[in-house]
Design a protein around this ligand. Structure first.
Ligand code: ZN
Length: 375
């Protein structure tokens, strides 16, 4: 075996030192100018963040929305968020509204759907309504606050563990609800508590809050407001996870309940919601059930499906039909499409790419001299 002599060792040390020295930063007028130009280009690229992120993230996604859907139609997307709930409404006056945000596990997919299918040139969400504090409804909100500018929020009268709550208040102590509430208050000052009587209206449309009718409930699900959205005499009902007792309070409390075109069935089609009382008061033509494929809760329940079939409702399900889009045109004609979007699960933000480019530019501009190693 060859011995390593002291001379050889010194030689290696010398070469290593030369190599390290040759990697020190080099400055010259040309290098600095090149760096400044590249830095300006990277800086300006942030003006096109939305377009660049869309290009990077969505080139492989498939959108199945046909020309039948007009650009100015009212569009209501029942987005497939697995076992959870999220509806996005594109209003005919250009505003928009999101009701619930699915769970954490589907948050990236949900935000991608919104960016790719709905808000392709903009990042503003005008109204967010969170029905109650369960993870499958509020879990995605932190990502939505991060990726979009949310202007107005309607929140449940349920306090997070970090909030100062009145004596008789309901507190939901989960970490994710705490995070959702703190992100919400960082995002906007325009926050109201859900309450019967609230109306959000605009050109030819309105959303009425028919609940909650009580200040406090034993079950957080029952804080979910009963909502009816109306456009060109077409009606869409949302009930969050409210149980049959809340549905009955609604039926008993209001005398003029409109017939409903599309009912989003309560609590993912569980048997404790979508009561006969609600169905006979509203006679829905369509029922949309938002639930995960092969979910552990057995949603939707057979009894609920039977009740819906008994009133002749056409049933659509996110676990079977993917994301579902209802639309209403200027003449008040209603239609729907299914499997509107086949999502991906990643999202690359532009600043990740820009930071990487910045490091490469610094390296090329200031460290790019070839390394000389003597033979
Ligand atoms: Zn739920």
């Amino acid at each position: 075996m060859a011995k390593i002599t002291k001379d050889k060792l010194d030689n290696v040390k010398k070469k290593t030192t030369q190599k390290i020295r040759s990697r020190t930063m080099k400055f010259s007028k040309g290098r600095i100018i090149a760096f400044v130009i590249c830095a300006i280009i990277i800086g300006l690229s942030f003006l096109f963040t939305t377009q660049l992120e869309n290009y990077i993230n969505f080139s492989i996604n498939k959108i199945n929305i046909t020309d039948e859907v007009g650009a100015d139609d009212l569009k209501i997307h029942y987005i497939d968020v697995g076992q959870g709930d999220c509806t996005f409404i594109e209003l005919p006056d250009g505003k928009n509204m999101i009701i619930d945000t699915g769970s954490r596990s589907s948050a990236t997919e949900l935000a991608n759907y919104i960016s790719k299918v709905i808000l392709t040139d903009d990042k503003t969400i005008d109204y967010m309504i969170l029905t109650h504090s369960d993870e499958d409804h509020i879990g995605g909100s932190v990502t939505i606050f991060d990726r979009f500018d949310v202007l107005n929020v309607y929140r449940p009268n349920i306090y997070s563990k970090s909030e100062t709550a009145p004596d008789d208040a309901t507190i939901h102590s989960s970490d994710i609800y705490d995070k959702a509430i703190s992100s919400m208050y960082k995002e906007t000052n325009h926050i109201l508590y859900n309450e019967a009587g609230i109306i959000i209206d605009g050109e030819d449309y309105n959303l009425m809050f028919y609940g909650p009718l009580d200040e406090n409930y034993d079950d957080v699900n029952d804080y979910s407001p009963i909502l009816i959205f109306t456009y060109k005499e077409k009606t869409f009902m949302f009930t969050g996870d409210a149980s049959s007792s809340v549905e009955e309070d609604f039926v008993n409390n209001y005398t003029a309940i409109p017939e409903i075109d599309v009912l989003k069935t309560g609590h993912h089609g569980s048997k404790t919601s979508t009561s006969d009382e609600l169905l006979s008061a509203t006679s829905p033509d369509f029922a949309v059930i938002s639930c995960g494929e092969d979910n552990k809760y057995g949603h939707p329940n057979e009894e609920t499906l039977t009740r819906l079939n008994n009133v002749g409702a056409t049933i659509l399900r996110t676990d079977l039909n993917g994301s579902i889009l209802f639309f209403v045109n200027d003449n008040g004609e209603i239609g729907y499409q299914i499997d509107t979007y086949v999502p991906n699960t990643y999202y690359i933000k532009w600043w990740y790419v820009a930071t990487t480019l910045g490091v490469i530019v610094i390296f090329i501009c200031f460290f790019s001299k070839k390394i000389k190693i003597k033979k």
